[in-house]
Design a protein around this ligand. Structure first.
Ligand SMILES: Nc1ncnc2c1ncn2[C@@H]1O[C@H](COP(=O)(O)OP(=O)(O)OP(=O)(O)O)[C@@H](O)[C@H]1O
Ligand SMILES: [Mg+2]
Length: 251
């Protein structure tokens, strides 16, 4: 992503961001509330067009007028959104196969196949034991972490090259967080890439190869994991978060 700007009416969410994700790389995208993390992520995943700037996927320049979440899926980019990751009232199997159901040879949706594949995804990728949750369960009955799990399972099943994870703001249980971190390690092990957005620096630090710090719509810093300790990363973030506004305005 090159020189990405995004304005929402009078609100400037991003002001000239350069952002690159390499092959088999986990990037921790961090910054205070409102820094622009989700906005950057949504542009990369095809949800919003940038107001200005260029996007390249695997070397190919993207036409912003012809880029969408579906197009991003086709190019191997899957996103677990912070909000509304899934259709709340829909069954899990529908969520997994949203927009790309397995079809029978007559072109109809093969419901049985979609359900049995969902069952497999839940057990194989997500470690669901089958207790209480089935492919027919609705999303609204799942916990935050389980919802993230389903969205990640979907990304893994469709073999995305890049998985973007925008952690939900509502608290996840320790066990659920453990699962999310396991997924990210698995993504790395499988040779794929991940952008992980979280406010919990300990988690970001643990699984990321590199950190990108956003501050008020700009990249404030880029660091390799080997360059700094977790405490140094926390100190740097605190420094950006507490810096007065006026300092930002100087050219
Ligand atoms: N759809 C929108 N319409 C108007 N303003 C928006 C929209 N989305 C984001 N913004 C604004 O853009 C700025 C960046 O928001 P964004 O959601 O990208 O922040 P964030 O870094 O993800 O924050 P958080 O850590 O709280 O999730 C904020 O000022 C926000 O109010
Ligand atoms: Mg956000």
């Amino acid at each position: 992503m090159k020189n990405i700007h995004k304005r929402f009416g009078g609100v400037v969410a991003l002001r000239g961001v350069d952002f690159t994700v390499g092959d088999n790389e986990v990037i921790g995208l961090i910054g205070d509330n409102g820094a622009g993390k989700s906005t950057l992520q949504k542009i990369l995943s095809g949800l919003y067009p940038p107001t200005e700037g260029e996007i390249f996927v695997k070397g190919e320049k993207i036409d912003p007028n012809n880029y969408s979440v579906r197009q991003a899926h086709e190019m191997g980019i899957e996103t677990v959104f912070q909000e509304k990751a899934l259709g709340q009232k829909q069954a899990l199997w529908r969520n997994i196969f949203l927009g790309r159901q397995p079809t029978t040879k007559f072109g109809y949706l093969d419901v049985e196949e979609a359900k049995s594949e969902t069952d497999r995804i839940m057990k194989q990728f997500l470690g669901f034991t089958g207790e209480g949750v089935s492919p027919d369960s609705t999303v609204s009955t799942l916990s935050g972490g389980e919802r993230q799990g389903i969205a990640i399972g979907r990304a893994m099943y469709f073999e995305a090259d890049l998985i973007i994870l925008d952690e939900p703001t509502n608290a996840l249980s320790v066990k659920e967080i453990g699962k999310v971190l396991d997924f990210i390690r698995e993504v790395k092990r499988q040779g794929k890439s991940c952008v992980y957005i979280s406010h919990t620096i300990a988690h970001i630090y643990e699984v990321s190869d590199r950190f990108v710090i956003l501050d008020k719509g700009k990249v404030a810093d880029r660091r390799e994991k080997g360059e700094l300790t977790e405490q140094e990363l926390i100190d740097e973030l605190t420094h950006h978060a507490t810096r007065p506004e006026t300092e930002e305005r100087s050219p």
